[in-house]
Design a protein around this ligand. Structure first.
Ligand code: SF4
Length: 251
């Protein structure tokens, strides 16, 4: 488990210009005008952190006992809620498969049975197999040896593993090895789009760069910020947003 940070983003608490706050309706609800300038984007990012952090407090991500378990969880939670992925992790634990060697040696059906609660169990079994094959072939099954790689190189290597995309690779580096890599997910993009901070044309890398360029480069801060965005997305910024109760309602 990676302890989250109490860090505030910056010492100052500049308010967001009223003109940038709220406008007309969207999705039948509130609509925010665009946050156009770089300065206002930075202010939005700082203030959003403060508001979500005050609302949720430390979230203590990621709830895993080892970096390997964390990486397995990151693969299992693709396209499913963490509660489902967590059940699959526990079944893998119960089956004695939560270490690289056991998982490497395990029969495909044995893994698939444990992975079933996470959904897409055949795809996810293949992806777990691909990851442990990579770990064994490149690092003798030693995840710490994998984490000895420099960040850009490790990202490139992880992205070469079948079924590991940018969000999963970055999650493994941030939550598995405490590296200052900002993780972007669908909730992050949705929240920023709805507040006019980014638009639909922004890519994963564009959104990641926005956070990296506007926050202190601290793993604990990136850890907590991503967890806060996911919680806000899950609880409030759903396809039908619940703005009235959301910590970002005044942004
Ligand atoms: S639910 Fe929250 S984050 Fe989503 S649009 Fe409403 S105020 Fe913003």
């Amino acid at each position: 488990m990676q302890p989250a940070s109490n860090d505030t983003v910056v010492e100052s608490r500049r308010g967001v210009d009223d003109a940038e706050k709220q406008g007309k309706s969207f999705d039948g609800r509130e609509q925010r005008r665009g946050v156009d300038s770089g300065k206002n984007k930075r202010t939005w990012i700082e203030n959003a952190y403060t508001k979500m952090n005050e609302h949720f407090g430390d979230l203590h991500w990621w709830p895993a006992e080892t970096p390997f378990e964390m990486a397995v969880g990151a693969i299992l939670t693709q396209n499913t809620a963490w509660t489902n992925a967590s059940r699959a992790v526990e079944k893998l634990r119960g089956a004695g498969l939560l270490d690289p060697f056991s998982l490497y040696q395990a029969d495909w059906r044995h893994i698939a049975e444990a992975v079933h609660p996470a959904g897409f169990y055949n795809i996810k079994t293949d992806r777990l197999k691909a990851f442990v094959d990579f770990l064994r072939e490149c690092y003798g099954g030693d995840i710490e040896a994998m984490f000895a790689e420099e960040t850009d190189r490790l990202r490139e290597l992880l992205l070469s593993v079948r079924g590991i995309g940018k969000e999963t690779a970055d999650s493994i580096m941030l939550y598995g090895d405490n590296r200052p890599v900002f993780v972007v997910d669908a909730y992050t993009k949705r929240i920023l789009e709805r507040h006019g901070v980014v638009d639909q044309g922004w890519t994963y890398d564009d959104v990641q760069r926005l956070f990296v360029e506007n926050l202190p480069c601290k793993a604990a801060l990136f850890n907590q910020y991503h967890a806060l965005l996911v919680n806000t997305g899950k609880l409030f910024c759903r396809s039908s947003p619940r703005c009235d109760d959301c910590p970002l309602r005044d942004m």
